[in-house]
Design a protein around this ligand. Structure first.
Ligand code: NAD
Length: 348
């Protein structure tokens, strides 16, 4: 029996999650032994439990084989002292999810590379961070600070993982940093070069983050495995959604050294379109493709779902965010897209 914990979260989270749950229920109907559990994270958890993630939810996460998360955040909690996003940062830290793998894939345009984002360190967690008032030139002035910090062990584990993943791909790694300015990036680059000595058959190159943003869009075929820090990975993966048509298209899996995996789309809670039944569910559906592949080791299911999604797109159907991309022309709702994928997943 596989225990899958569903954390829909906020904004469009519940709408897109519903489409993923349809597919899981179809798998159960087909005889797969899957147990679905539900819980809260983010703003909805703040509303119900006054915390963005409770100890009880963490316990359930630790006892689950996989977690599927929608997204967190929204205008409603703009003035809340505790932010919904803290729930996600806590979850990643408590489960020691240090690597976030984000495939940038578009069969229509022959695009296929991976962004591997370090997820447990860097400026999102680095201390000290804070805000205070100080006298600057004798004027009381707000003063705020964050810390970009990486230790050797944090870098080694993500770099090793990336090299090992690269062995099953084109054996080409691009490491993105800002080592011309940041000391933490200098250590990052040094470790990438050191580890590359143990993988002589893998070609490694380095790019500075500023120029990498151009290369990733202009010459995407030059990339296969891209590794980078927490903040750079966050930003460049959103940017690379330009290649696949929409931010709503990108899936991800976060992994630790044990077996619990977190599957989630790369986008946020999209409060501007929440509740309108127009969100693109492909990011979460492709995250489910990854779950079938990584967790269940079931290529038949993962291929079936992947081709069901792309079959619907190849018929010209898409959600409104994709309307100017490729040759899509029939705009359908989140529910309709989910139903069509589920239909082909079951019957095709
Ligand atoms: P966002 O990703 O929510 O939205 C950016 C733009 O992309 C919006 O116009 C939105 O409508 C669109 N978009 C995003 N996902 C879409 C989808 N599936 N289908 C169609 N359109 C989609 O980023 P934002 O606006 O910067 O942040 C909104 C909230 O989400 C904030 O509270 C932020 O902190 C949070 N956030 C959460 C996560 C997460 O849960 N992993 C990630 C990023 C941002």
């Amino acid at each position: 029996m596989i225990n899958i914990l569903i954390l829909p979260g906020d904004g469009i989270g519940p709408e897109i999650m519903k489409q993923a749950v349809k597919i899981i229920k179809t798998c159960i109907y087909l005889g797969y032994k899957i147990n679905i559990l539900y819980n809260y994270i983010g703003g909805i958890s703040l509303d119900k439990n006054r915390q963005p993630l409770t100890e009880n939810t963490i316990k359930i996460c630790l006892n689950s084989d996989a977690i599927i998360l929608g997204c967190v955040g929204g205008y409603k909690w703009n003035n809340s002292p505790l932010k919904p996003e803290l729930g996600l940062l806590m979850l990643r830290k408590k489960l020691n999810l240090f690597a976030n793998i984000r495939p940038i894939k578009c069969p229509f345009k022959n695009i296929d590379f991976l962004i591997i984002r370090e997820l447990n360190g860097g400026i999102y967690y680095g201390k000290p961070k804070g805000i205070s008032k100080q006298l600057i030139n004798n004027v009381p002035t707000w003063y705020s600070y964050d810390t970009e910090i990486y230790n050797e062990q944090e870098i080694i584990r993500i770099v090793k993982l990336s090299f090992n993943l690269s062995l099953n791909r084109k054996k080409k790694i691009t490491s993105i940093d800002k080592s011309n300015v940041l000391i933490s990036s200098k250590l990052w680059r040094k470790i990438v070069n050191y580890i590359s000595n143990f993988y002589q058959n893998i070609k490694v190159n380095h790019l500075y983050i500023d120029y990498a943003t151009i290369e990733l869009i202009k010459n995407y075929n030059n990339f296969d495995v891209v590794i980078t820090s927490n903040i750079f990975g966050d930003i460049i993966s959103d940017q690379c959604s330009l290649l696949t048509g929409s931010l709503g298209m990108l899936p991800s899996v976060s992994i630790n050294n044990k077996s619990t995996c977190l599957f989630e789309p790369c986008h946020g809670s999209a409060p501007d379109i929440a509740g309108k039944n127009i969100a693109n569910p492909i990011g979460i559906l492709l995250s489910l493709v990854m779950l079938f592949e990584y967790l269940l080791n079931n290529k038949i299911l993962s291929n079936k779902l992947f081709y069901s999604i792309y079959k619907i797109l190849s018929f010209g159907f898409c959600t409104i965010d994709m309307k100017n991309f490729f040759k899509f022309k029939k705009i359908i709702s989140t529910e309709e897209f989910g139903d069509l994928v589920n239909y082909y997943f079951l019957y095709d």
